[in-house]
Design a protein. Structure first.
Length: 556
């Protein structure tokens, strides 16, 4: 009996175990089925593209992806706020690798161990958290620890972390349809950044510091704020939307150790604002036009003769990102605190360094990837601030050539009515440093900049030169750039345009003109005529139509 009962119990236990196993298997099958259904649903979503909500957006014109409508709203909102694809940035790893875009001659180069220490200053206004984090991570991981003194973040009064109940950001998000969780996460960026800094400083005590402006002071002031608290031998003043490449610091520090009067610029690679991919840029000098807008220009000819693109090259100016001996930077006047909002401060620095005892170089072996924003965070149209700052630079540093800045902005030479602020202290600085005249800069440094000595007058329609040419369209600032000239074709009623350097039409390109008289072509003897309704310019037999040009540079 006992034996039989034991067998029955054993069979019952086995049956119970089978049932448990079957139940467990059934559960696994249900889970697998649920996962397959989820995959199918995702595939269906991919197969059925979402409605394109922002077809005219500068982001979605370039970034070809299929997103849900909710994600499109998030991405567009972040793009409008930051000027780059912060939605995508948030999905990229903070420690992403960058392709080494340096010249092969830079790779493997050995640098002294006892280089100066460096303070890295990151300036920002309304920067995406992931972009800030990636900048900090790249600096820490790609700068030798014994050289990196500190990282200083300067916040020029960002909206992040402040109350946004009535802000343009919340109103925009309301229009786009962002949900409340998304708005809250955006408002908490400052808290998240503080947490990130705390975690970094736990591993690297005191490495990351923070300077916060209680009100917006502008780019120049923000850079000065960072420089004032820095303690490293060298300061690198950078935008916060960057990622440094390997060995970015060593070639800069080596040059400054050799000559403390150098102000240096790395070579920028471009990070596309729409897909965050890095595009390689080759080394170029940093120049500007007479409106003081930045542009890339050629190095002096001797740089190319050496046929080694890894070598430093002399540059008329800096683009904004700069590296300098901290004390020398102060000795020459740091940056002009009278600059407002954004623009012109880098050109002012470049001119001042050259005139007052220093020099500027671009260092090709130092590479920094920089996000090229679709729009700036300060104001969408920077021209008003840029014009004001340019006039300030011209008044202090350009002597008789300041007229060219007025001409470039279409302003009268006198009484332009724009308040450029008090420049007395900057003029005293120039005297104290015993700086050279601006003509020396044109003759010895920025020889590519056209002095425009031939211009006699300018107005709303054209520029008139001493040789009798009439320039039409935007005035070119560099000697190698060609202007367009007005030409009488000799027949028909309408004038034509030709490159001013085109020698095939030498006579029909030149015009005789006296203020208040007719404008007559030297070759055809026909005159310019203008109709009032609609406004058109003709070239016909001379009648009694007289012209006056608005702004006279020289009497003629």
């Amino acid at each position: 009996m006992c034996t039989v009962r034991w067998k029955i119990n054993t069979n019952r236990k086995m049956l119970h175990q089978v049932k448990q196993n079957f139940s467990l298997l059934s559960g696994h099958l249900h889970q697998m089925e649920a996962r397959l259904l989820a995959v199918e649903e995702r595939n269906l979503k991919v197969m059925k593209p979402s409605k394109k909500l922002f077809q005219n957006s500068n982001l979605f014109k370039r970034w070809k992806v299929d997103l849900s409508e909710e994600d499109q709203r998030k991405a567009e909102h972040l793009f409008e706020k930051y000027g780059y694809n912060a939605f995508l940035s948030d999905q990229l790893p903070l420690d992403r690798e960058l392709q080494d875009t340096r010249d092969p001659r830079c790779i493997g180069r050995e640098y002294p161990v006892n280089l100066p220490s460096i303070s890295v200053i990151l300036i920002y206004l309304d920067e995406a958290l992931s972009v800030l984090q990636r900048a900090i991570w790249s600096i820490i991981s790609r700068t030798p620890a014994h050289l990196l003194k500190e990282i200083i973040l300067v916040d020029d009064h960002s909206t992040n972390g402040r109350s946004l109940s009535n802000s343009p950001m919340r109103l925009l998000c309301s229009t786009l349809g962002c949900n409340s969780d998304f708005i809250s996460s955006t408002e908490d960026l400052k808290m998240q950044l503080n947490d990130f800094i705390t975690s970094v400083n736990e591993q690297h005590p005191g490495l990351v510091k923070m300077v916060t402006h209680p009100e917006q002071k502008g780019l120049s002031q923000a850079r000065i704020s960072g420089w004032k608290v820095a303690v490293g031998d060298v300061v690198a003043i950078l935008d916060a939307h960057i990622e440094v490449h390997v060995e970015w610091a060593e070639p800069l520090l080596e040059r400054i150790k050799a000559d403390r009067t150098l102000v240096l610029s790395p070579v920028f690679d471009k990070i596309n604002y729409y897909d965050m991919e890095v595009t390689k840029y080759f080394a170029s000098a940093n120049g500007f036009d007479w409106a003081l807008w930045c542009m890339y220009v050629l190095f002096p000819q001797d740089w190319y003769i050496r046929k080694d693109p890894s070598l430093p090259g002399k540059s008329p100016s800096v683009m904004g990102i700069l590296v300098a001996d901290r004390l020398f930077f102060g000795e020459i006047g740091a940056l002009d605190e009278g600059m407002e909002v954004y623009g012109g401060e880098n050109v002012e620095l470049g001119i001042r360094v050259w005139l007052c005892g220093g020099s500027i170089e671009v260092i090709p072996c130092s590479k920094i990837a920089h996000i090229e924003r679709a729009h700036k965070p300060y104001i969408h149209d920077l021209s008003k601030a840029m014009r004001r700052n340019s006039l300030r630079v011209a008044e202090v540093w350009m002597d008789e050539y300041k007229k060219n800045v007025h001409i470039a902005w279409g302003l009268p030479l006198q009484n332009h009515g724009i308040d450029i602020g008090d420049v007395s202290e900057r003029k005293k600085l120039r005297e104290r440093l015993k700086c050279k005249p601006f003509k020396w800069y044109l003759d010895n440094v920025y020889t590519e900049l056209n002095p425009l000595d031939d211009l006699l007058a300018y107005g709303a329609i054209f520029y008139y030169t001493a040789s009798g040419e009439i320039y039409i369209g935007p005035l070119q600032s560099l000697l190698h750039a060609r202007n367009r000239c007005l030409v009488d074709p000799g027949s028909g009623r309408f004038p034509e345009f030709s490159w001013c350097s085109d020698k095939e039409k030498p006579n029909n390109m030149y015009w005789d003109f006296k203020q208040g008289q007719a404008i007559q072509n030297r070759g055809t003897k026909r005159c310019l005529q203008i109709s009032s309704e609609p406004t058109k310019i003709f070239v016909e037999e001379c009648r009694d139509q007289h012209w006056r040009i608005q702004n006279l540079i020289k009497d003629f």
